[in-house]
Design a protein around this ligand. Structure first.
Ligand code: FES
Length: 164
């Protein structure tokens, strides 16, 4: 995030917390708003939330790590969603997810060290006839297998490579 982005986010965090003071919002709605603004829950923002709510930072951390809708790291440049709805699960979604974890050397909910890829499991995305399905950025990849999933990463990897 650049300096302007950081400034805007700091202002936005301030607005979210001010609104809490006025409306007495609970921890989870506040964390959801913080995540909407930053794309994840930065440690500094969680500390600030704890301070404003008058609770221990470890309690905010506990909630953030308990619910899997919260992210503790920023999304990668290429965010991958693997559908684990019923149709996709039955058609081998788990194998697709495991292949991506192996290939990218990250677990679900993590971002690669170079920031190029992040991985998430999602519920049904509404195209069950194409199961198992994954999405990279906004592009849907139908009828996936472990091999096809690994192969689908190639253009995104090439796009990420520095030019010679
Ligand atoms: S279960 Fe995957 S698209 Fe519906």
């Amino acid at each position: 995030m650049n300096e302007k982005g950081e400034e805007r986010s700091a202002e936005e965090l301030h607005t979210i917390l001010e609104e809490h003071k006025n409306h007495g919002k609970g921890l989870i709605p506040i964390l959801l708003e913080v995540q909407k603004e930053f794309g994840y829950l930065p440690k500094e923002a969680m500390k600030k939330v704890a301070e404003v709510l008058g609770i221990r930072p470890v309690d905010v951390w506990g909630v953030a790590t308990f619910f899997n809708q919260f992210r503790l790291t920023p999304l990668g440049k290429n965010h991958i969603k693997v559908c684990m709805g019923t149709a996709c699960h039955l058609a081998g979604g788990r194998l697709v997810l495991e292949a991506l974890e192996r290939e990218l050397k990250i677990k679900v909910g993590e971002t690669s060290d170079d920031g190029h890829f992040s991985l998430e499991r999602v519920a049904c995305i509404g195209c069950c006839m194409l199961a198992p399905v994954m999405v990279i950025k906004d592009k849907i990849y139908p009828k996936m297998s472990s091999f096809k999933a690994e192969e689908s990463l190639i253009p995104y990897r090439q796009e990420s490579k520095p030019e010679d």
